[in-house]
Design a binder for this molecule. Structure first.
Ligand code: COA
Length: 367
């Protein structure tokens, strides 16, 4: 035992994982050995099965799973009543965190037989988180839950509820891609928080509750919302360079920039940037997108002067895509959670294959 303190645990190995591999030095990310660039072209259901069950689905199986997730993405009457009682000023992340431990994770219909039975609770939780988010959105925005037509797919349901109209196939595909990109990322703060809770032999929903709390902070999932707010407050691309140099001189962190692991461009940001450009072009968000690009460019100039290797991360352009899909800032992080819950659950089961109570030491510094 040493008395050396490492508050942020940088570089400390705390376990093994076969779920995702973050190769920060070469800017590569893979789930279950498959490159994220390749996975971003697959269906969301196929990637959920890969991450959670380590199973590769046929196209027909992926469609079956998507339909199953869509129909499990409904709240029980009790869950709905709880949401209706909550103050509308609550952030969607607080609502997700409140609901997680009391969620009924029993499926209403049989789990497709190509998914291992022990994953039922995780699959239901993933489906229901999406229902919590869209229901909370509808209650806050419209004062009532939007009635959805029969037969919508899993992501289609969410987009329909947010926009009160049938989303295009193109928009559904974009949401699926964003959700794939953020499904897992090794031992990040939220996943590690979930492992700490799991290590006490707490159940899946308690573990996910811990992860949700960690994800809500602006240094983690909240950075997507913060990046858009930053671009809005800058106002236009021509003001970005002065804003960035002033911010850095005052030690202000630029949200959506930098990453503990990546020393190259975050590959997820590389996929999101052209998508964001495409979706924002010709919309009310074009200037916001151009401001983000200008901030990124100004950061590169400023960081290079200080020999720092800091690049845009997943959060930087994600908000622009969400906005163009009709998802407002307040809901960004909760959408992130709807995808990351799959990774958290995968880590919960992986951790429990070789569990150990996580209990570090503190150096007493009191009287
Ligand atoms: N804006 C300005 N400076 C930044 C920065 C950012 N976004 N990210 C890192 N830096 C600077 C730090 O100020 C520090 O400078 P110093 O050595 O002069 O003190 C240096 O780069 C190293 O940063 P540090 O905070 O120690 O790195 P980290 O590995 O702890 O940070 C983050 C990782 C993610 C916490 C950090 O980059 C950050 O706060 N980013 C903004 C929030 C964000 O986008 N989070 C989402 C992550 S997916």
């Amino acid at each position: 035992m040493t008395d050396e303190i490492n508050i942020g645990l940088e570089g400390v190995l705390v376990g093994k994982t076969a779920i995702s591999n973050v190769e920060g030095d070469i800017g590569r990310l893979s789930y279950r050995g498959k490159d994220i660039n390749e996975l971003s072209k697959q269906s969301l259901a196929a990637v959920i099965a890969l991450v959670l069950a380590d199973t590769e689905l046929s196209e027909a199986q992926a469609k079956t799973l998507d339909a199953w997730l869509a129909s499990e993405s409904e709240l029980s009457p009790v869950e709905l009543r709880v949401l209706e009682q909550l103050g509308r000023n609550l952030h969607p992340m607080a609502v997700l965190q409140a609901l997680a431990p009391i969620t009924d994770t029993k499926a209403r219909q049989p789990l497709p037989n190509f998914i291992p039975a022990h994953l039922e609770a995780a699959m239901v939780l993933a489906a229901k988180q999406s229902a919590v988010v869209r229901t909370w959105h509808n209650l806050c925005q419209f004062g009532a839950v939007v009635e959805l037509p029969e037969g919508l797919g899993f992501c289609e349901k969410l987009l329909y509820a947010f926009n009160r109209e049938q989303p295009s196939a193109h928009a559904v595909r974009a949401l699926e891609t964003v959700q794939i990109l953020q499904m897992d990322h090794s031992f990040n703060a939220g996943t590690f928080a979930g492992r700490v809770v799991a290590s006490t032999k707490a159940n899946l929903t308690a573990s996910v509750g811990g992860s949700l709390g960690a994800l809500s902070g602006p240094l983690h999932g909240g950075a997507d919302e913060a990046a858009v707010m930053m671009a809005r407050s800058i106002g236009s691309p021509d003001k970005a360079a002065a804003w960035v140099s002033d911010a850095l001189a005052n030690k202000v962190k630029i949200m959506g920039m930098g990453h503990r692991e990546y020393r190259r461009l975050d590959p997820r940001a590389g996929i999101l940037k052209p998508m964001a450009r495409h979706f924002c072009e010709g919309t009310q968000y074009q200037e916001l997108m151009e401001t983000l690009v200008a901030v990124e460019e100004a950061c590169q100039v400023e960081f290079a002067k200080k020999d720092k290797e800091i690049y845009a991360n997943l959060e930087f352009y994600k908000g622009a895509v969400y906005l163009a899909l009709g998802i407002e800032e307040r809901f960004f992080t909760s959408l992130f959670a709807c995808s990351r819950v799959v990774g958290w659950a995968a880590h919960f089961y992986e951790f429990n294959q070789d569990p150990r109570l996580i209990r570090p030491r503190a150096l007493y510094a009191g009287k």
